[in-house]
Design a protein around this ligand. Sequence first.
Ligand SMILES: [Zn+2]
Length: 201
Amino acid sequence: MAINPLAVPPPPDRPSRAEAEAAVRTLLRWAGENPLREGLLDTPKRVVKAYEEFFAGYQVDPVAVLERTFAEIEGYDELVLLKDIRLESYCEHHMVPIIGVAHVAYMPGSRVVGISKLARVVEAYAKRLQIQEKLTAQIANTIDAVLKPRGVAVVIESEHQCMTTRGVHQHGTTMVTSRMLGVFRNDANTRRELMSLLGKG
Ligand SMILES: [Zn+2]
């Protein structure tokens, strides 16, 4: 298996499940609650379990996800686009959800990958603490490094709950980020084709 240069090294001292649950009880007390109240007794256990889902991406190697490719593509060399991939990520400044969609496109070289794999790469990086700019770049850079296509484009549109539920309480604002590599960066026609397929022509 290839070494993933983008992989996040594991933390040196991962706490035990009991320590993580104790930390949730501390936050409950900080919020003004009594963690011994009946309705909250199992909450630390549930929160820690939810964290395993929210941050499952740390256990996934996105390079390994993309490694199985198909070479028999009958000379197909046109744009491949997976649109509206549901995105659930978490802002690394406030640890609250970033919810939106990702669009992933690439221009094949000699190989293609199963489209579900593109969605799994998005998920592998999204299910971590993120900032949207870094998330967008990581997805594009990994596809570029592993598939070696003629170009990659990743566009993410999302709402940050740290903006809607706290701070400025700004509703209905969408943050859009994109990373274009290869022909999507260098060729205006290819970029235009992508934008028109995304309904942004
Ligand atoms: Zn935030």
